[in-house]
Write a protein that binds this ligand. Structure first.
Ligand code: NAD
Length: 331
């Protein structure tokens, strides 16, 4: 028997589609052990019928992810959100045009607090999106906390414990998630759910894991680590050190079939399971090209957060929270 579950983002045609449903994600437990401050108020609806468009500030939209998010904001229906024409970067830069919106790029090191206060007055209900550098995570979060500005933190790394502690202590609304790709988050959560419900179901099976990313990525994919944890809970006994990391271009092109235009931005993962007697095979894949999956998830997270703030929310959320409230539907 051979069983293949494949999920790919554009431009490769999927061989099979992973089934997902809102009902299926409702009872999922969280993939991360991030400390949570639970909401003590009734959940606000994610989309408020009469809500004005949400102003979204993207820091830093001269970076790759920031740019992708800014383009997604501009591409959304004008009734949903709009791009704030000011952004912070590590240093002041010439203004950039994003789909006709000219954005002034200010240095986050020079009077950023005063600039944030001014923007909050000019754009009531503003949500900040942060895609900067791991080294900037805590400093930037401190700025948003100090100026009581709800934010979506897509940037990975930094001191995550301090980040969560700072935000929860301030009772500020924020979505913090190292993986904003909603469908990937749903797959991760489904694997975790399977492991919790059927521990040991794949006992004795051998697992092979291969992941491919742009050559500049040195560490093993965090998503691969989370999925391997679920396979181990299912009984595989796989050492994360045995993941095959593909970082060389010839292998990516010839063996992994990564399209050439996505060599600098892709996240391919394959998990192969084999029964002890070599008669049963399973294969799971999730292959992402480009950044649109993360950018769409980030804008959905910003809209979700805006509704929470409007509803009086004061807590830290992750992408599972966004998915549970209907965020699987990409607008
Ligand atoms: P990038 O290097 O292209 O962009 C980073 C930008 O941040 C640069 O323009 C830099 O000038 C700017 N910057 C540096 N310090 C700053 C500061 N203190 N304040 C404001 N801007 C500052 O990087 P990228 O590919 O856009 O990735 C950014 C981050 O997003 C990384 O941590 C990456 O791992 C993460 N990421 C997360 C997801 C997700 O789903 N959550 C997806 C993709 C990437």
């Amino acid at each position: 028997m051979s069983c293949v579950f494949v999920a790919r983002a554009t431009p490769v045609e999927p061989r099979a589609r992973l089934a997902s449903s809102r009902r299926g994600t409702r009872s999922l437990s969280r993939p991360s052990a991030a400390p949570k401050v639970r909401a003590s108020y009734a959940m606000a609806p994610t989309v408020l019928a009469t809500a004005p468009p949400v102003p979204i500030m993207v820091n830093d939209l001269t970076g790759k992810m920031g740019r992708a998010v800014a383009e997604t904001v501009v591409g959304r229906d004008k009734s949903q959100c709009f791009l704030v024409p000011v952004a912070f970067s590590g240093s002041a830069k010439p203004a950039v045009d994003v789909g006709g919106v000219v954005v002034e790029i200010k240095s986050i090191r020079e009077d950023a607090g005063a600039a944030l206060e001014d923007l909050k007055k000019r754009y009531p209900g503003m949500i900040v999106v942060d895609y900067t550098l791991p080294a900037a995570v805590n400093h930037n979060a401190e700025l948003y906390v100090k100026h009581n500005t709800p934010f979506v933190m897509g940037t990975t790394g930094g001191d995550r414990t301090k980040l969560l502690t700072d935000v929860t202590a301030a009772k500020l609304a924020a979505v913090i998630a190292p993986q904003m790709g909603k469908q990937v988050v749903a797959f991760q959560a489904a694997m975790k759910l399977m492991a919790e419900n059927f521990p040991g179901a794949f006992k004795g099976y051998t697992l092979e894991v291969t992941e491919s990313h742009q050559t500049s990525k040195v560490d093993t994919s965090g998503t691969a680590k989370a999925i391997v944890q679920s396979f181990n809970d299912l009984g595989c006994g796989f050492d994360i050190k045995d993941v095959t990391l593909v970082r060389d271009v010839p292998t990516q092109l010839e063996k992994m079939n990564v399209p050439e235009e996505f060599l600098l931005g892709h996240a391919y993962h394959t998990y192969k399971l084999k029964s002890p007697d070599n008669t049963v095979f399973f294969e799971f894949q999730h292959n992402v090209c480009g950044r649109s999956i993360y950018a769409e998830g980030t804008v959905d997270a910003a809209l979700f957060l805006s509704a929470k703030v409007t509803g009086g929310g004061e807590t830290v959320y992750d992408m599972i929270d966004v998915l549970k409230e209907g965020g699987m539907v990409t607008n």
